[in-house]
Ligand binder design. Structure first.
Ligand code: K1U
Ligand code: ZN
Length: 171
């Protein structure tokens, strides 16, 4: 099922998420719905708070050409981050049509639990590294615009408020 994606500003996007304690059918349904919602958008990642669920779950697939590689990360934690940084022009499905350059570690090692409850660890690079850090920020209530200066952040926030007003009126 495709779930509606929350648009910034929304208090549910600013709240740190709670760890998942049991991989229930509800969590499995959430992960499946998040993947469907991400591919439909389309996007390369999606975090549970973006669909209004306060749980530490994220999905991603950064393969642009070739067979899909859907990933579900439950309770992800960074265990290592490179000193070298990379700059990527990020977007966000909760901040449509707004892009800005963000600097982040170029590579990160992340530990998480998979849908079978098994521990996993992987080092991500390139777009995968940018995406997993962007999604983990969502789980801590942080958006990519929080890395920008106050004026740029305020300008984007005002555009999103206008977009939400227009959508509410049925445009
Ligand atoms: O979290 C999100 O809102 C998803 C976001 C993830 C992301 C994109 C770029 C850099 C970091 C994190 C998106 O997927 S925005 C859409 C997007 O980038 C994209 C869409 C279709 C094809 C390729 C990329
Ligand atoms: Zn985002």
């Amino acid at each position: 099922m495709i779930r509606p994606i929350l648009i910034h500003p929304d208090p549910r996007l600013k709240k740190p998420c709670a760890p998942v304690t049991d991989i229930t059918d509800e969590v499995k349904r959430l992960a499946a719905d998040m993947l469907e919602t991400m591919y439909d958008a389309p996007g390369v990642g999606l975090a549970a708070p973006q669909v209004g669920v306060n749980k530490r779950v994220l999905v991603m697939d950064c393969i642009k050409d070739g067979p899909p590689e859907p990933m579900v990360l439950i309770n992800p934690e960074t265990v290592w981050a490179s000193e070298d940084v990379s700059t990527y022009e990020e977007g966000c499905l909760s901040i449509p049509e707004q892009y800005a350059e963000v600097k982040r570690p170029a590579a990160v090692t992340v530990r998480w639990t998979d849908l079978d409850g098994a521990p996993q660890e992987r080092t991500f690079e390139g777009l995968w590294a940018t995406c997993v850090q962007h999604e983990m920020d969502h789980l801590d209530g942080k958006l990519f615009i929080d890395y920008l200066g106050p004026l740029k952040r305020q300008m984007i926030t005002r555009k999103m408020e206008k977009l939400k007003r227009e959508r509410a009126r049925g445009f």
